[in-house]
Design a protein around this ligand. Structure first.
Ligand code: 13P
Ligand code: ZN
Length: 269
């Protein structure tokens, strides 16, 4: 059967980027087994032929009603699918879904009947909000970065902006390239609507949030942008941990040095 990517170079290039990032997640050790998920809003690539494509699945419930998503299309990693497999075969380990007119259900349209990620409530709740607020962001990524998850096991790091300040102060680039910092979402059951709601609330102020004792969730212009923000935060966490392993508390850049960065790079915080 013909792939939906055939004759659609822009959609293909979006899916290629997703596959590339999936490879990075695996190589970084952030994607054990089926860990993590990616969804990308691909509605802008939906031509008339794509809009007329028949469903290849039953109608499935999202679990939430999201009016902003009516008629939208998303690439979604499949539930239980591995990032390392998705990196090589994105259309066998993920699928493209169409949100139906009730805004509470969807069908899979291509290429295979791969059920979307169990974190769909969080991903779609965030995408709906992005559309409602006219955001240009199209991608959301959830992954399990080792050092950041480890840091979420220490309660003193979970108070507002404690981690943000530690991570920003490890290396100037982290503040420049993750300028909103790292929000914190207290532990919630994976895949739950309560996790989705808490994620949405925290993403009002941040592009990346830490799911306590689980992982991170990021939004970005595209999948590379979301990945880059997680990557710079993870780099800072590694520097922090390396310093501790060498037996000292890292000094960190001073508040003055960080304020100087904000001024020089015109940063929002
Ligand atoms: P899925 O395989 O359903 O995407 O779940 C992976 C995960 O990380 C859940 O939080
Ligand atoms: Zn997870």
């Amino acid at each position: 059967m013909k792939s939906i990517l055939e004759g659609r170079p822009a959609l293909s290039s979006e899916v290629e980027k997703i596959a590339e990032v999936a490879g990075y997640l695996w190589q970084n050790g952030w994607a054990e087994r089926n860990g993590g998920n990616i969804t990308v809003n691909v509605t802008e690539y939906a031509d008339e032929e794509m809009k007329a494509m028949p469903a290849i699945s039953d109608v499935k419930q999202i679990g939430v009603t999201l009016p902003a998503l009516k008629g939208c299309y998303f690439y979604c990693k499949g539930t239980g699918k591995r990032m390392r497999d998705l990196a090589r075969r994105p259309m066998e380990n993920g699928s493209i879904i169409r949100i139906l007119d009730d805004c509470a259900s969807y069908v899979i349209i291509a290429d295979n009947e791969v059920m979307p990620t169990s974190e769909l409530p969080s991903h779609l709740t965030v995408h709906a909000h992005l559309i409602e607020t006219g955001s240009p962001y199209k991608a959301t990524v959830h992954t399990h970065p080792i050092e950041l998850v480890a840091m979420s096991h220490n309660r003193k790091f979970l108070a507002k902006d404690v981690l943000t300040n530690i991570l920003w102060s490890m290396i100037p680039e982290t503040k420049a390239f993750c300028p909103l910092g790292l929000g914190v979402v207290p532990y919630e059951l994976p895949g739950s609507n309560t996790l989705a709601d808490a994620t949405l609330r925290e993403l009002e102020d941040y592009d990346v949030v830490l799911w306590e004792k689980h992982g991170v969730f990021a939004k970005g212009l595209d999948v590379m942008d979301a990945f880059d923000q997680i990557d710079v935060l993870s780099k800072s966490a590694k520097i922090y941990i390396s310093s501790k392993c060498m037996g000292f508390e890292p000094e960190g850049m001073s508040q003055e040095q960080m304020a100087e960065m904000s001024k020089a790079f015109n940063l929002p915080k």
